[in-house]
Design a protein around this ligand. Sequence first.
Ligand SMILES: *Cc1c(COP(=O)(O)O)cnc(C)c1O
Length: 496
Amino acid sequence: MELIYNSTRNKEEKVTASQAILRGLAPDGGLYVPAFIPALDRDMKEFAGMTYQETAYEVMKLFLTDFTEEELKDCIAKAYDEKFDTKEIAPLVEKGGVYYLELFHGATIAFKDMALSILPHLMTTAAKKNHAEHEIVILTATSGDTGKAALAGFADVPGTRIIVFYPKDGVSPVQEKQMVTQKGDNTFVVGIRGNFDDAQTGVKKMFGDRKLGEELAKGGFQFSSANSINIGRLVPQIVYYVYACAKLLASSAVAEGEKINVTVPTGNFGNILAAYYAKNMGAPIGKLICASNENKVLYDFFRTGVYDRNREFILTSSPSMDILISSNLERLLYRISGEDDKKDAGLMEALASGGRYAISEEMKGELADFYGNFATMEETAKEISDVYRESGYILDTHTAVASAVYKKYVRETGDAAAKTIIASTASPYKFSRSVLTAIDKKYESMDDFALADELSALSGTKIPPAIEEIRTAPVLHRTVVRTDEMEQAVKGFLGI
Ligand SMILES: *Cc1c(COP(=O)(O)O)cnc(C)c1O
């Protein structure tokens, strides 16, 4: 049966999975959502015996129903190969009674690789299926990790160009160096004078600009997105939750049917939404624990039912979560409103005009699966230090936010018996300064590359190629623009 996708803001807008991936965002500014969430058609015991690639096929086939088996398997084989430094692709590591799901074994050592390794293949397959006439221009805003993962995925992919906007002063030195050294004739990297929300708002505006769309078409181009607003980002992220639950069953860490809590360090709400979809498909997931840093707009939302972005934007030690407009929350609102597109459009209108909306008591009642909390920078540093001293395991700052919030959850609810998966979203090598100074102040005076060596010695792990590469790589991208110059920059790159 074909699964149709519609816009969260208009149910009449109906497209196939491949069309939704090609477009990225619906014409009305809404996000594409499946008409229903399909149920897993294998039981967890069967999943327990599967490889990552087999799991990926069994999960993704349920969402991407207009892809043939051959097409989908081909995309999966090209994505989850030796780019990952472990055959397991997403290993589970048990430390101190919790299971860290390491999602950073891909080419750019952050969890964005899990979806962005496959998105270019899904996109080019979708373009072929739909006889797309125009070259695809991937327009992306990044809080630090999506940018590099998308660049790595789309570099030199025929029929595509990629333009990445990042907050010039809002990413880690390693994140910036990774992006501005990107090779490939079809890649463009631009720093903006603003924060991630400014970058994301600018990108969404260009998507919705009809006149710009026409100019693009005349030049032989069409936009798509590599951000988690693209359903092609979200679907591959569901896979590792099913995979992790199955691995816990395979190792007898849980009994059949036993519910597992999932804790996710959250920014744009894409990763945790994938866990929510996995739960709704039938994966044995209990609570969805949403962990924020000091930009705790989601924590406030889960406590009060009011989403309010009118607050100071704080630059933290977990920059990939420095976000006040969590785009994917729109997909959750759509679900908990009983798939009410008018309601959703109204809330999003209120967010765009006043920066704030309140949900009804009825909708709030549908949020029982979620628990929200946050960790300050100080608490995050302490968590890195505590976990290191207890187990020798070194967390990156984002994962440490989740780990600290998980402990708050246990203290607040007393729910210590349930097993927990913590999504480990980045390698500590990406944030070595924050990570090491959390462990010992003596690292403060060292330069970034000396820090990588120290981290290697301390953790007993090899410096990943992603870090080795940028030690000597030349800077190839130097453009920096104001937020009102983003469109001009795009036109300049495309020569239109
Ligand atoms: C993107 C990112 C997050 C946040 O994920 P969302 O899907 O945007 O909620 C957390 N940690 C790291 C390291 C990231 O790169």
